[in-house]
Design a protein around this ligand. Structure first.
Ligand code: JCK
Length: 417
């Protein structure tokens, strides 16, 4: 007799793991993940890389070309192991997303776990020694057509990929529908606001002379919620100050105050500029972005040319823009005068506040400082993404076909009434 399966809409997520220490992955038989395998929600298969060697010593490593410490994993066993994984119970020729743990990979985060939990099939390649011959990655991508991601568990050095795979499979597996019985626990997690958890207590209310904080016994849910929020803020400030920003100060972080930059603003300004430069590097792939090499002295010197404006909320520097006047000319001869224009450039907003009103308010301020008689407002932007261009359009700016002195920079303009 068949029983209605509440999870019948999704077939088991398949997870293949290749390692020279398959026993290292034995914990995947236990606890929540082991139960999910029994329930048919996860289909985990562990493979021994040495089964794909052909010599008497089952060799998987060799010395590195170019010299250096340690040994490197040979490509051949990996190639055969991947062929085996791809052929196993796979009549329709589906392809897994190949995850290779490595100390130099993209960080494994809850956001990445959430993305990977949507995949039907993941394969994990556990390296050892100094890692795997680079050609295995190229072969998997280019010849096998796999998506390959090198992923790091964190900024410390392990001896191999196995522990990282245990952590990743646990983090990903618990996000697969049905693996965690209580769906509420997951709903709560998706309301993340970037603060650490509040402290938790259970019975007895007095233990070894230690009391549960009385507020938790008060039955006053409003007071309890406020106390828990305070605890989260205090903990985050103590343990993870990097997670704390102005948006946590409360619903009204304070008013936006715009002022002319002074030498005292230089250090904060340099940090903000660097955050924006890093985003440009990612967008353009230009590793030589000058803004990334800007020193404190450069930022200080920049205050002398044109006018730099800074925006603060509750004391925190959240944005900046620079305004200058240029003599406007047009035409290839460069002689026909069209009147001076007012240029706003190096508009930069703290990454966590982009898309809000800091950018528009700064731009509005920059425009309001344009002298009378200026007819053209120019906005220079470096490698704007589609969202930014949309915001500039909304502010009345249109892309103009003007030669740009800085590569990657685009020029937008609007007429002033
Ligand atoms: C996979 C082999 C060992 C040890 C060389 C690394 C500067 C290279 C990881 N978060 C993480 N830390 N470590 C790993 C990880 C380590 C691995 C393998 C994952 C395969 N090793 C190893 C030292 C080096 N140094 C830093 C040079 C590899 C994950 N995920």
């Amino acid at each position: 007799m068949t029983v209605a399966d509440p999870h019948a809409t999704r077939s088991a997520m398949r997870l293949d793991v290749v390692s020279i220490f398959p026993d290292y992955l034995a914990p995947l038989d236990l606890s929540l993940i082991g139960k999910a395998r029994e329930d048919g929600l996860l289909d985990v298969r562990v493979h021994d890389l040495r089964d794909f060697t052909h010599d008497r010593h089952r060799t998987v490593d060799d010395t590195p070309y170019g010299g250096g410490a340690g040994m490197v994993m040979k490509p051949q066993p990996w190639s055969e192991a991947l062929d085996h994984v791809l052929a196993l119970d796979n009549p329709s020729g589906d392809k897994p997303h190949l995850i290779v743990p490595g100390p130099g990979g993209q960080p494994f985060t809850q956001a990445l776990a959430r993305q990977l939990a949507l995949e039907p099939w993941l394969a994990f390649a556990c390296g050892r020694y100094e890692g795997i011959d680079e050609r295995v990655y190229d072969h998997a991508r280019e010849d096998l057509g796999l998506e390959v991601s090198v992923v790091s568990l964190g900024d410390y050095v392990l001896n191999g990929g196995e522990v990282a795979v245990l952590a990743m499979v646990e983090a990903i597996g618990r996000l697969v529908p049905g693996v965690i019985g209580n769906a509420e626990s997951l709903v709560e997690e998706s309301h993340e606001d970037g603060l650490l958890e509040y402290p938790i207590y259970t019975k007895p209310s007095s233990w070894n002379g230690r009391e549960v904080p009385p507020v938790l016994l008060s039955g006053n849910h409003g007071t309890i919620a406020a106390w828990r929020h305070e605890q989260r803020l205090a903990r985050t400030a103590a343990r993870r100050p990097d997670l704390l920003h102005a948006s946590h100060a409360g619903p009204h972080g304070g008013d936006l105050e715009i002022a002319a930059a002074t030498p005292g603003d230089v250090p904060e300004l340099a940090v903000l500029r660097r955050a924006c430069a890093a985003k440009e590097v990612v967008a353009t792939g230009a590793l030589d972005t000058p803004a990334l090499r800007e020193t404190l002295d450069d930022v200080r010197a920049g205050l002398e040319t044109g006018q730099t404006w800074v925006a603060r909320i509750a004391g925190r520097l959240v944005g900046t823009v620079r305004t200058t006047r240029t003599s406007g000319t047009s035409g290839t001869s460069g002689t026909s005068r069209t009147g001076d224009s007012w240029v706003a450039e190096r508009l930069c907003v703290a990454p966590d506040l982009q898309g809000g009103d800091v950018g528009p308010r700064l731009l509005e301020h920059a425009e309001s400082t344009a002298p009378d008689g200026i007819r053209t407002l120019v906005l220079r932007a470096t490698a704007p993404d589609a969202d930014e261009l949309k915001r500039y359009r909304k502010a009345g700016y249109r892309l103009v076909d003007a030669p740009s002195d800085v590569p990657g920079t685009v020029t937008l303009a609007r007429r002033r009434r």
